[in-house]
Design a protein around this ligand. Structure first.
Ligand SMILES: [Cu+2]
Length: 113
């Protein structure tokens, strides 16, 4: 995937997160969705995809109620600390939270074998 395409997907993800945001909900807390997939890239800021926020590129499986197809796409991560002890190629489960600014990855766990 080219960087240009990844950037386009990130903008789509940001727009989707914004459109789906519900005002008045706290930004932290339980995930709105759980996903499974493979880490493609862990990009602490600054990166080509975001100047100030960490980005994780995931090849994710369908996420019921959110994205019905598998795809590779970038997500903004809540914190670079989420990247600790994770690596590209790892199978993971992750939590997503809908926030006003982004569809945010708020947890990353190694997938059970
Ligand atoms: Cu997706």
């Amino acid at each position: 995937m080219t960087v240009r395409r990844v950037v386009a997907l990130l903008l789509i993800a940001l727009a989707a997160g914004h459109a789906g945001a519900q005002p008045g909900r706290p930004a932290a807390g339980k995930p709105d969705w759980h996903g499974t997939g493979v880490i493609l890239k862990l990009l602490p800021p600054p990166s080509d995809l975001h100047a100030t926020r960490p980005v994780v590129v995931l090849q994710h499986d369908p996420i019921p109620g959110l994205m019905e197809e598998s795809m590779a796409m970038p997500f903004i991560a809540a914190s670079t600390a989420l990247f600790r002890n994770h690596y590209a190629g790892e199978h993971v489960t992750f939590g997503l939270r809908d926030t006003p600014g982004a569809l945010l990855v708020i947890s990353i766990e190694k997938a059970p074998p």
